[in-house]
Each structure stands twice: as C-alpha cells, then as structure tokens.
Design a protein around this ligand. Structure first.
Ligand code: EPZ
Length: 440
C-alpha cells in the first residue's frame, strides 16, 4: 500500500504536458486485436491500467514491446483463449476484448472484469448490443462465453449511452457483414479516438463523437499507426489544482473542446483561464489568486457533453472551499460519493444524501490521514491536501497511479510539497519515474 504525503498551502506555477488519455488508449489497445497485423500506438501514458492491459493482450498471444510512450502490438499470433480471471479482474477495460475477439474470431471467453468500486457496473448493455448483431452470450460459472456464426449489421438503440458498450459494439460491428447504425451511442471524445484508430486500420465508421454512429462492416482490418488523444480528466484535475492552490498553470496539449462542461463550471465559480484559438497549438492556462471560488448550486453529472462523472470528486473537493453552499449530484454511478467522509476529516462541511453532495464552503481545510477509495476520489483528496494547511497522508494512493502518469512528479515540478512512500522506498519531489518499460 503506497502513501502520498502532502504539505499543503503552496501555490502552483509552471508548465506540464498532458499525457495520453487512459480511457482512449485502453480501447485502442483492445481494438488492435481486430487485425493480424502490427499496430504502433503513440502518446501512451505510463499507467498501471495500461500495464494490466498489456498483460491481458499478452495472454492472448499479442507480442508487445513498450518503449517510453510507444506501444508496438504484433497481433499475428492472437488466439481467443480466456485470459486469467486474476488479470481481467484488475481493470474494467478488460471487458473491451469482447467486441474485437467476437469480430475477428467469432468467439470470446471472458471472466469477470474489475474496475473501481464506484457502482455495480453490469454488462447488460454490452450483451444486448452484441446480441443485436447475432451473437449468443452464455453465462459461465465465472464470466461468460460469446459466440456467433457470422455477425450481421443492425439498427441498434442503446438503453443508456454506455461508453464501454459503445466501444465493444464499434469493434465487433467493424468486421460484421453489412451496416450497423448505433443510436443513443456514447459521444465521449474517447469514442471518436477509437473510431479514428479503427478507420486508420481500414474501417468505415462515421458519426463517432455524436449519439448516432454508422459502422460499415469490412472483411479485414490492417495494422496501423495511431497517436492517442490527450487526457481530458488529467487536464481537468490539474486545472482545479491550480484553481484551489493559486498560481499560474500552463497545460500543454490540453484540448479546451474536450472540457467545455468543466470550463463552464470554472467560469461560474469565478476562476480565470485562457486557451488556444482553434487551429493553434493546444493549451489551457489557469490563473488564480488562490481565493475562494463562488459556490455552484446545481452540478449534475451526465453523459458527454454533460458534466463528466470522472471530474465529480475533484470539483466537489474544490467546492469545499467555496464562498457558500454548493450541490453536486452524481447521476452516472451509484457509489461515487464515499470519499465525502474522507473530506470531512480535513474539515469540509459536506453531507451526502441521495447521491448528492451538499457542501457548505469553509475558509480552510486542514491536513489529515485519509484513504483513497478509488482513482478519481484519490485525486480529489490530493487536491484537497494541496490546498489544505498542514500535512495530509493519502493511504491506498496506488489507486491514483491507475489513471495519472507521474502524478507526484508533475505536481512536484509545479512547486507542490508532495512525496510518495511505498513499501520499497520514498520518492521525494523531482525524482523521475521509470523512463521506459520494455515488455517482450
Ligand atoms: C468508462 O467506464 C470509463 N472507463 C469511466 O472512467 C467513466 O467514468 C465511464 O466510462 C463514464 O464516462 C474507461 O473508459 C476505461 P459506462 P464504463 O459503461 O465504460 C451503467 C475512470 O475513472 N452500465 O458508460 O464502464 C454503469 O453501471 C473511469 O477513468 C450498465 O448499467 O462506463 C454506469 O452506471 C471510472 N450496463 C453507467 O452505465 C452496462 O452494460 C455508465 O457506465 C454498462 C454500463
């Protein structure tokens, strides 16, 4: 169990580069299974979830080499064996091998996937969409077996715009016979990135990034080279760090058009920021005196382009310092407010009721020993610690490494007093993480 230790109250200043997006690179890695060629994926973040996905692919006999931010996936020897439940159970995104294995091999045996304990996270929408293409899904003692004689395109309506179900459907339909039209599809930018990768492989997908996506099935997909989009949640997390601590942060590569709901909330809270004109090189810069933000009376998480659930904990942490009462309602996951009790330990005046956090802002938070219940809540507690007076120790900090590349190092470079204590050693400000990983 790792701890992150923060001595809060320092301003943050400087420039950091936004890493590749976790929630884009994971489906792109799965989509490589659609070809027997070799794919080269660039701007790959060095994250624990990416390492787990590499292990999943290796169990399917993908030959992987990973050097710095470039992943090379040779999929010529892939076979649809069932990866070990221990590995599949470590991340939610392991469920994304279902669509490509069905598309390429017409069968897939998969154990239960994992993921942050933020809700029940069933797979019914994935199964309904794949069954509409003709697949049969049989429950096994632990997991399920999917098979089909031949996938046929169909008109499909998702009951809810599930990101993962949209991604699995896109990958399976890419090799189906005929055309598929997916209605009420998820419109997150990561979906558009996945579609762009599949099109680079020779696929024919249009409308990705909207709620109606058309997929014309093709007979074969080829290896391709692709650069993953920047991480919009890392962007939002660092923007709020700057807003809460005061200072000036320049986020190189940040895409304002991926963060409009958050930027609108920041504007309403009185936080100043600028960003590039369309066509210029991408950045967002936040400049804050570190004063208290205005309260936000009705934040409700929603599917894209609504306010992102993955930014809900971080915004809630910022609103603990607001000049009045705010309300943040979580409407995507049923168990994503457990970190409220941890914020209370730091002096926050916050109550959770009916999946809404009611927050009466206070002038100051104080350091405390807190425990990260999941990835984004861990990041939210770190933001609170950065802004608090005194020392904060975040237990179970390894959750944060699942979704943020060089989290401690980047904040150190901006002036934070933050360090990591693991069972092996203590990384103090500034020591770089591993420069490369070679996996053969
Ligand atoms: C993706 O998860 C992201 N993960 C999540 O990010 C993100 O919070 C979520 O989309 C919503 O934006 C990855 O991309 C790896 P969903 P996913 O299917 O695909 C219900 C992070 O912190 N649902 O859109 O699992 C589900 O229970 C992570 O980076 C069903 O009911 O999300 C949830 O309530 C956390 N049946 C809602 O839909 C299904 O078959 C949204 O889930 C599928 C989903």
């Amino acid at each position: 169990m790792d701890n992150i230790v923060i001595n809060g109250g320092r301003k943050l200043n400087g420039e950091v580069k936004i890493s590749g997006a976790k929630n884009a690179v994971l489906p792109v890695m799965a989509a490589a299974l659609l070809t027997n060629g070799t794919c080269v994926i660039k701007n790959v973040p060095c994250l624990d979830d990416v390492s787990v996905m590499v292990s999943v692919l290796q169990e399917l006999s993908v030959r992987v080499s990973w050097h710095n931010d470039i992943l090379r996936l040779d999929c010529s020897q892939v076979s649809p064996v069932a990866p070990s439940p221990e590995i599949l159970g470590r991340i939610r995104a392991s469920n994304l091998i279902l669509g490509p294995l069905l598309g390429r091999f017409k069968e897939a045996e998969i154990g239960a996937c994992g993921g942050c304990s933020i809700g029940s996270r069933p797979m019914d929408l994935h199964f309904a969409a794949l069954e509409a293409l003709g697949a049969k899904i049989l429950p096994l003692e632990a997991g399920y077996f999917a098979f089909v004689k031949s996938l046929r395109g169909a008109e499909i309506h998702l009951a809810f715009p599930s990101v993962g179900a949209t991604e699995n459907l896109l990958m399976a339909a890419a090799l189906a016979e005929g055309t598929t039209v997916l209605h009420n599809a998820a419109a997150e930018p990561e979906i558009a990135d996945l579609a762009a990768f599949i099109n680079a492989m020779g696929g024919r997908i249009s409308g990705a990034g909207s709620n109606i996506i058309t997929i014309e099935g093709v007979k074969k997909l080829n290896g391709a080279e692709f650069t993953v989009m920047p991480d919009r949640i890392e962007t939002g997390t660092l923007l709020l760090a700057g807003a809460m601590c005061g200072g000036r942060l320049y986020l190189k590569g940040a895409r304002f058009e991926h963060n409009t709901a958050l930027l609108d909330a920041m504007r309403q809270a009185g936080i100043n920021f600028t960003y590039n004109k369309p066509g210029d090189s991408a950045y967002i810069e936040v400049q804050s005196a570190g004063g208290r933000p205005w309260p936000l009376p009705q934040i409700v998480t929603a599917s894209y382009p609504g306010f992102p659930t993955d930014m809900q904990p971080q915004l809630t942490a910022m609103l603990c310092l607001a000049q009045g009462r705010s309300s943040v309602c979580e409407r995507i996951f049923e168990n994503r407010l457990t970190f409220v009790n941890e914020l209370k330990k730091m002096g926050a005046a916050i109550q959770a009721h009916d999946n809404c956090a009611i927050i009466d802002g206070v002038a100051r938070l104080h350091g405390a020993v807190v425990r990260a219940p999941d990835l984004r809540a861990g990041a939210a507690l770190a933001l609170a610690g950065l802004a608090a007076q005194g020392c904060t120790v975040i237990e179970q900090a390894e959750y944060i490494d699942r979704g943020y590349e060089d989290f401690v190092e980047k904040l150190c470079s901006l002036g934070a007093d933050i360090s990591r204590q693991s069972k092996f050693n203590t990384v103090v400000c500034g020591k770089p993480a591993a420069a490369f990983r070679l996996v053969v």
